[in-house]
Design a protein around this ligand. Structure first.
Ligand code: ADP
Ligand code: MG
Ligand code: MG
Ligand code: MG
Ligand code: MG
Length: 443
């Protein structure tokens, strides 16, 4: 699937491609694109396509606004739903460059590539497999009050086949057409909630895949008159949507997290990686759980983690170790949600894990009991910290963690913190329906 520029030009001719969508993401993880006629492909592949960076969230000021797109040939794929008068549309994901030919520091894909290069210097390739969850709602969704669900189904529920299940099947087919290897698709615990799991790949490919996945889910849902959302907690009293991230480090074709000679068959490197993530967990959360709403998912009682801990079996801590060993040895980080910028999220997670390896950190003992039911005093004794309780707390933790700020780079870090502080400020001064209902009559 690694296509050269010549392969791409041949594909354009043979597959009757009329339009090419050149894509990249802004720092908040929103996919941006510019469409070009296929006749412009030479110019695009040469990295000569310019756009105005000052109009993109978190990019640059007006005075320095010329940016260039360099398509990554490996990301060439046909968009199955976009055919116009028989001519098809292809997409290429791009890296963003400055006019002087240097990579643009504010490009999230570059931020991830920098940390991936650091891992490569240490001899490691990060592999990541995500489990994104999402809701399918009736349209128009939630202009006021609660979004309208399609079903009353729960985890793994089957018939009677509802509209949601049909649309989910269509999403899976579309993803498969685009080369995704789907491992599972099922109804999740909450009404109208679904999960589609696809096969792990290296970090940059998986971040690209997550961005693509989200746009496919939204597009196919819309075609069926539904609204798909990756908002972490759209329904009060129901589970929210997470995006567990399974991850391992490979050294050549060996899984560096696997060691057949230890009691739990996890390597020292794996333990150090876990320790690194735990050490930086609170700062990481500002990126993996980026919205005000993200913190309404991270509460006790809804299968989402609340505490910084790890476990072999229990699903309440932030990190779980699935039982599989050998090539499938991996850790599962359960805190991230699908509203995050996948490039920045993987960058900060990997940076934290590598820090654990470099400093040879040792993780605390795993916690096998249910932490939700542990008295505070016992948690304190075991040194179990809480994840941030709000976006404000997470922002503060990020500001206090130089290593995670370094992972983002000063350009992205300052823009990101600025945007998130504004978001928090706007939120905290709102008067919510709950407050009016609770206080207006009583006081
Ligand atoms: P869960 O048991 O939490 O529901 P799933 O089986 O749904 O987990 O998801 C497993 C994910 O882990 C898939 O995306 C899969 O490709 C991925 N995975 C498998 N092996 C590895 C590995 N060595 N490194 C990273 N991810 C892996
Ligand atoms: Mg799953
Ligand atoms: Mg599963
Ligand atoms: Mg799930
Ligand atoms: Mg999982």
């Amino acid at each position: 699937k690694n296509m050269s520029p010549d392969d791409i030009k041949a594909a354009i001719r043979e597959m009757n491609i009329g339009t090419i969508s050149l894509q990249f993401t802004d720092i908040l993880g929103t996919v941006k694109h510019v469409e070009i006629p296929a006749s412009q492909i030479d110019k695009a592949l040469a990295g000569e396509l310019m756009f105005d960076g000052s109009s993109i969230e978190g990019f640059v000021r007006i005075e320095e606004s010329d940016m260039y797109l360099r398509p990554d040939p490996a990301t060439f794929v046909i968009l199955p739903w976009k055919t116009r008068e028989g001519r098809r549309t292809a997409r290429l994901i791009c890296d963003v460059y400055n006019p002087d030919g240097t990579p643009f520091e504010g490009d999230p894909r570059y931020v991830l590539k920098r940390v991936v290069a650091e891992a490569a210097e240490m001899g490691y390739v990060m592999n990541v497999g995500p489990e994104p969850e999402f809701f399918l709602f009736e349209r128009p969704s939630a202009e006021q009050g609660r979004p309208v669900t399609l079903d009353h189904a729960g985890y793994f529920d089957l018939a009677p086949v509802d509209k949601g299940e049909e649309v989910r099947a269509e999403i899976v087919l579309t993803l498969q057409e685009m080369g995704f290897e789907i491992e599972a698709a099922h109804h999740e615990v909450a009404p109208s909630q679904h999960e589609i799991d696809f096969k792990y790949a290296d970090a940059v490919t998986t971040a690209d895949n997550i961005a693509t996945f989200r746009s496919v889910v939204r597009t196919i849902a819309l075609q069926h008159g539904l609204h798909a959302t990756f908002m972490p907690k759209p329904l009060f009293g129901e589970n929210g949507s997470g995006m567990h991230l399974h991850q391992s480090l490979f050294r050549g074709d060996q899984n560096a997290f696997y060691d057949p000679n230890t009691p739990d068959r996890l390597s020292e490197v794996c333990k150090q990686y876990i320790a690194g993530i735990m050490e930086h967990a609170r700062a990481i959360t500002a990126v993996t759980n980026p919205l005000v709403n993200s913190y309404k998912r991270l509460v006790p009682g809804y299968e989402a983690p609340v505490y910084v801990a790890w476990s072999y079996r229990n699903r309440s801590p932030m990190i779980r170790i699935p039982a599989k060993r050998g090539l499938s040895t991996r850790i599962e980080l359960r805190s991230p949600d699908p509203s995050c910028n996948p490039y920045l999220a993987l960058a900060v997670i990997l940076k934290a894990g590598l820090d654990g390896i470099k400093r040879r950190l040792t993780p605390p003992d795993p916690v096998e009991g249910n932490i939700y039911h542990m008295p505070q005093a016992e948690r304190d004794e075991l040194g179990i910290a809480s994840l941030p309780g709000s976006l404000a707390e997470a922002i503060q933790a990020l500001e206090q963690d130089p290593l995670i700020l370094e992972a983002l780079g000063s350009h992205v870090a300052s823009r990101y913190l600025e945007a998130k502080k504004i978001e928090w400020d706007v939120y905290r001064t709102q008067i919510s329906p709950w407050e009016l209902q609770e206080y207006l009559a009583k006081y």
